[in-house]
Structures are given as C-alpha cells and as structure tokens.
Design a protein. Sequence first.
Length: 171
Amino acid sequence: MTFASINRPIARLALAATVACACLAVGGLARAQTPAALASAKELVALKGGGAMFDPLIPGVIERVKNTFVPTNPQLIGQLNEVAAQLNKEYAPKRADILNEVAKVYAQHFTEAELKEILAFYKSPVGRKMLAEEPKAIDQSLKAAQDWAAKFSEVVIERFRVEMKKKGFDL
C-alpha cells in the first residue's frame, strides 16, 4: 500500500465534506438559530426521548471501529476490549454533542415561536400522553402493516398464478 493510495480516500472524504458544508451554507441554514430557539430545540429533543434514542451511537461507533481491527489482530481482542471500554468512558460526554447537533436540525426547521408552541403541546396532558403512547402506536402500526402486507402478498401470488395460467404457465 502506497502513501498515495492511503491518502486518496482521505482526499475524497475532505472534498465531500467541503461540498456538504458549502451546500449547507447556501441552502440549509437560511433560518437564523437564536440561542432561545436552540434552547427550545434541545428541550424538545429531550422531551421526545432523544437521549435514549442516541445513547447507543457512541458505543456503537467504538464497537464498530474496534471490530475493524479484530480480523487482522485477533490475538489483541483483550487489549482492544480494554481500549474500547476506556474510550466509552472518555467519549461518554460527547453525547451532549449529538443532542446539540439534533437540536440545531430542529432549529433549522422550526422558528423559535413554533418550537415554543410544540413544547407547550408536549407539556400538556395530551402531549404527555402522545409521548407515552406514540411509540406503542408506531410499533402496533408497523406490525399491522406487516400483517396486511403478508395477506396482500397471498392475493398477489394467486393473481400471478391465475394470469400466468392464462398464458399457459403453471407457477
């Protein structure tokens, strides 16, 4: 492996990052993000369970990176596990960085006033019920959609058989 072949992917990543930043600067950040809007967005992310949703991210990245070293260094699994445990502790505070990034996204899509209205809703009795019940409703909805798709698949299979039979083929 040459120096040039190692740096080629790095150069591509740098170019992609530059293009992405330029696109964000031109189109994505049109809305000014006031400190109050960001604070409201952070509160909204917290209310909606953002912390729990993103908690697996840092350990997942560390585990994935560790696992890239294992195939070529299987004898080092114990030491790699120790480093992974150390990095999990060291990088745990970066969880706040993730939540800040997500809050910035919300602040890009909603004005400060809208964020305050959304927060007021989620703090209301029906909003708190929405927070508690929505994950269950989504899970049940996905299961219902899967069940429906399985039944519909049987109908489609039968229609294929009928239509192919008309063409002289038995499926």
